[in-house]
Design a protein around this ligand. Structure first.
Ligand SMILES: [Zn+2]
Length: 101
C-alpha cells in the first residue's frame, strides 16, 4: 500500500499523514508491486550474502529494500523487479522485498 496526496496527486513512501510535497491530505492506494533498481550494494562477507537496494516504484517513490530470490551477481541498475513479501525472524509483519520481474 502507498499513500497518495488528494491535492497534488503525488505518491510517497514511507507513509505519512500529510503530503511531504504540499501538506495536503492523503489516502491509501494499492501499489502495483512493480519497480526498477535505482542502486544496490551486495555484501559478500559472512555466511549469508545479501543485497540491499533502492528500488524506484512504478508509482514514483524510491524505497530502501532487499533484492532476494536470485543470483546476487546478476542484479543491475535499471533492472525490472517485483515485490515479494518475506517473513522475518521474530514474528513481525512480512517485509516488502523485491526479486527480478
Ligand atoms: Zn501533495
Amino acid at each position: 500500500m502507498l499513500r497518495r496526496c488528494t491535492k497534488c496527486k503525488k505518491a510517497h513512501y514511507y507513509p505519512r499523514a500529510l503530503c511531504p510535497f504540499c501538506f495536503g491530505d492523503c489516502e491509501w492506494e494499492a501499489a502495483s508491486g512493480k519497480g526498477t533498481v535505482y542502486s544496490y550494494s551486495t555484501m559478500k562477507r559472512g555466511e549469508a550474502p545479501y543485497s540491499i537496494a533502492y528500488v524506484t516504484l512504478a508509482e514514483g517513490p524510491t524505497m530502501l529494500t532487499n533484492i532476494v530470490d536470485c543470483d546476487l551477481d546478476t542484479i543491475a541498475i535499471g533492472q525490472d523487479v517485483v515485490v515479494t513479501f518475506v517473513q522475518t525472524e521474530g514474528g513481525g509483519p512480512a517485509l516488502p522485498f523485491f526479486k527480478p520481474a
